[in-house]
Design a protein around this ligand. Structure first.
Ligand code: PHE
Length: 451
């Protein structure tokens, strides 16, 4: 069945839609805890350098592949060279792995929203509240189910105008609130040391892990190496300036991550003195630190409730784009109807999400590769699959279809200022770095080396 390919209304439509997928829990939840854990300022610096080199190269390549072929990942690779359609299949695996554990975090966000809206600000700010919550069996699963169902309802009914309109209104609000809370955070007494830790690159904290973590985060946050940007590119009109759009999406996505870090990392120093354990808190960081910030602020209950509802919205726009991608793959490949596909994927997502949720409580004794289930799935997608897909995409563009294919596509309506950088990156630097990163993160996970 040939689907009609709609296209985004204009320049800003494309940028906003791509940014809606890109901006999500990756920016607000994942970036701050990685920045805190992997060296603060040096992580930030490495991330920024990677964003304007790797991020730019891969995003340009993916959007061009989509716009040139007018197809999503599997079809796009297939059309350009049949032998390479497996890259598209591999890319399609990534959202299937991410969506379940993404939904677990989405469930936590709903729980915190519920806590704030019912005025339990002080309770939520207490030490141990978060651990006690995620350690339970039933409650996190209920919230997770609510999140998956909310996502499914939208996908089921079709991602039409409503969501687009709502994101246009709510996204700017999220930006304002994030920047506002960040400013409040850094003004708290004791925040200065944290701000320095977050902003000042200190080589002492640099390690190879910094690069691996920053790279994984980059792919995740910009929705790269999983076919999403290819699909979005296929909706993009030829007259839109591609290079400029890529720059805008990067700017938006990185900007939000930057302020999210500023909102959370200095606050860790304020409330926990910035000791090693607090900085290392990992996935729970946002949920442990922010409630304390809200509790200390006038009208904190209202600000907290508003904040979590906006985070929830950002998370939903991302999870919808994840589920939508999986549904369209299943529809195309298995020829199931949209409704059946959506139902089966919802059930699948719920089932696979269970271990990620239970891994913090009842199943905490089971630790694949020494990680919690959630970290494990995150590791498989971000540290293994995405580098592989990114590597293959580079080889495909660099040596199979040749960079000229992409360059011509960019140049349809604009100059390509970073053309030279693009060619060197995609052919040589990116693939070599990706392989090094991939091998070392596998060896590290297997305990063979420590990075
Ligand atoms: N980029 C999103 C985020 O930062 C996550 C995501 C990945 C969304 C892949 C869609 C597709 O949260």
């Amino acid at each position: 069945m040939e689907k009609k390919r709609s296209s985004f209304s204009g320049k800003i439509g494309f940028v906003l839609a791509a940014a809606g997928s890109a901006v999500g829990l990756g920016n607000l939840w994942r970036f701050p805890y990685l920045a805190a854990r992997y060296g603060g300022g040096i992580f930030l610096l490495v991330y920024l350098i990677l964003a304007v080199t790797f991020g730019f190269t891969l995003m340009t390549a993916e959007i061009c592949l989509g716009r040139k072929t007018g197809l999503s990942a599997i079809g796009a690779f297939q059309k350009l060279n049949k032998k390479y359609s497996f890259i598209g299949y591999l890319a399609a695996l990534v959202p299937i792995i991410i969506l379940p554990y993404y939904s677990v975090i989405g469930g936590w966000v709903i729980k915190y929203f519920a806590a704030f809206i019912s005025g339990q600000t002080q309770a939520a700010a207490k030490d141990g509240y978060f651990e006690a919550f995620i350690g339970q069996t039933g409650e996190p699963i209920i919230w997770l189910a609510v999140f998956v169902l909310a996502t499914a309802v939208v996908v089921f009914l079709g991602v039409e105008k409503g969501i687009e309109k709502a994101s246009k209104a709510l996204m700017p609000l999220l930006v304002l609130l994030t920047v506002g809370i960040a400013i409040y955070s850094v003004c708290l007494p004791g925040a200065w040391d944290g701000l320095i830790y977050y902003m000042k690159p200190d080589l002492k904290h640099f390690s190879f892990t910094t690069v691996v973590a920053a790279m994984g985060q980059l792919f995740y946050s910009m929705s790269l190496a999983m076919g999403i940007m290819i699909t979005y590119g296929s909706y993009m009109k030829k007259e839109v300036n591609l290079e400029k759009s890529v720059a805008q999406i990067e700017f938006f996505d990185t900007g939000i991550a930057f302020f999210a870090g500023m909102m959370i990392v200095p606050a860790v120093f304020v409330f926990n003195g910035g000791d090693g354990a607090a900085i290392n808190a990992g996935p729970g960081l946002m949920f442990v630190t922010l409630p304390k910030v809200f509790d200390s602020m006038p009208l904190g209950t209202v600000v907290g409730a508003l904040f979590f509802v906006l985070v929830l919205f950002a998370a939903l726009t991302s999870s919808i784009s994840l589920m939508e991608t999986i549904v369209s793959i299943v529809q195309d490949k298995l020829h199931w109807g949209r409704k059946l596909s959506a139902i089966v994927i919802t059930l699948f997502t719920l089932a696979v999400a269970l271990p990620s949720s239970l891994g913090f409580g009842r199943w905490s004794g089971v630790q694949p590769l020494g990680m919690s289930f959630l970290d494990f799935f995150d590791f498989i997608s971000n540290s293994i699959l995405m580098p592989i897909v990114a590597f293959l995409t580079c080889i495909f563009v660099g040596f199979v279809v040749k960079p000229k294919t992409i360059i011509d596509e960019v140049k349809i309506n604009s100059s390509f200022r970073r053309e030279k950088l693009f060619v060197v990156m995609i052919k040589y630097i990116a693939p070599v770095c990706l392989i090094i990163i991939l091998i070392s993160s596998i060896l590290n996970a297997l305990g063979i080396i420590t990075i």
